[in-house]
Design a protein around this ligand. Structure first.
Ligand code: PGA
Length: 261
């Protein structure tokens, strides 16, 4: 399975020029990677149009999308509109959306369905909820997983990329701390079991499951060393080009090292 590193820039940076510089720092180094590593950059919506001119090897993703396809929905942006700007991925169900914008499981499920209909790959976050505690993550992840895939065909479920992202590990949350590599691996194996239950054993093994939550230059090896962890969803560290590249390089190195196909 290819390694996948997704940069979630959140509401950063402040200017389009800063966004361009940050993006080019990634794009200009992409040729150094083998085809076993993929990088997706998810800027704020407003930078998507200029981005479509600068990205060639890096892929473009959105951080959210409307539950609706078109119509009178003030302030919303539809997946159909974003597709014009080479968007191939969309992050859905992020903890910040759930916590600050009251996004619920039903909305996440609706967005996943719509993204798949338009052939956009959803990166679905599991582990974000006010109740998230280190010792109850399996229960929460199971609940969010089942709600996320409700009503979907097997074929559709197999296209979803999941990210285990415990809310307490997100760098900007109060008193946050990254998960240990062992904890991340355990929950990712749990997500694979949930996928296998829906799709059959082999599919679970081959699904792409990432870890997110304070992945940085100093701790990336902690996660990249586990073959079960297919990559990372990176927030804060993706705004520092050197730190982000160190993360990409480490996952890429591990994929070569472990002979990942
Ligand atoms: P972080 O953010 O890497 O800053 O913890 C990850 C995310 O929110 O996706």
């Amino acid at each position: 399975m290819k390694k996948l590193i997704v940069a979630n820039w959140k509401m950063n940076p402040e200017t389009v020029e800063q966004a361009r510089v940050l993006l080019l720092s990634v794009e200009h180094r992409m040729h150094l990677l083998t085809e076993k590593t993929e990088v997706v950059v998810c800027p704020p919506y407003i930078y998507l149009p200029p981005f479509s001119h600068y990205t060639h090897l890096a892929h473009v993703g959105a951080q959210n999308m409307s539950t609706e396809e078109k119509g009178a929905f003030t302030g919303e942006i539809s997946i159909v509109q974003m597709k014009q700007w080479r968007v191939e991925y969309v992050i859905l169900g992020h903890s910040e959306r759930r916590l600050y914008f009251n996004e619920n499981d039903a909305a996440v499920n609706k967005k996943i369905t719509l993204a798949l209909k338009h052939k956009i790959k959803p990166v679905v976050c599991l582990g974000g909820d006010k109740t998230a505690k280190e010792n109850n993550m399996k229960r929460l992840v199971t609940k969010q997983f089942n709600a996320a895939v409700k009503g979907l065909e097997k074929e559709e479920i197999s296209k979803i990329i999941f990210a285990y992202e415990p809310m307490w590990a997100i760098s900007t949350m109060k008193n946050s701390k990254p998960a240990s590599g062992e904890h991340a691996e355990e929950l990712i194996l749990h997500i694979r079991t949930l996928i296998s239950k829906k799709l059959g054993k082999d599919k679970g093994k081959h699904a792409r499951v990432l870890y997110g939550g304070t992945v940085n230059k100093a701790n990336v090896h902690e996660f990249a060393q586990f073959p079960a962890i297919d990559g990372a969803l990176v927030g804060g560290a993706s705004l520092d080009s050197e730190a982000f590249w160190a993360i990409v390089k480490e996952f890429s190195r591990e994929s070569v090292h472990k002979g990942i196909k």
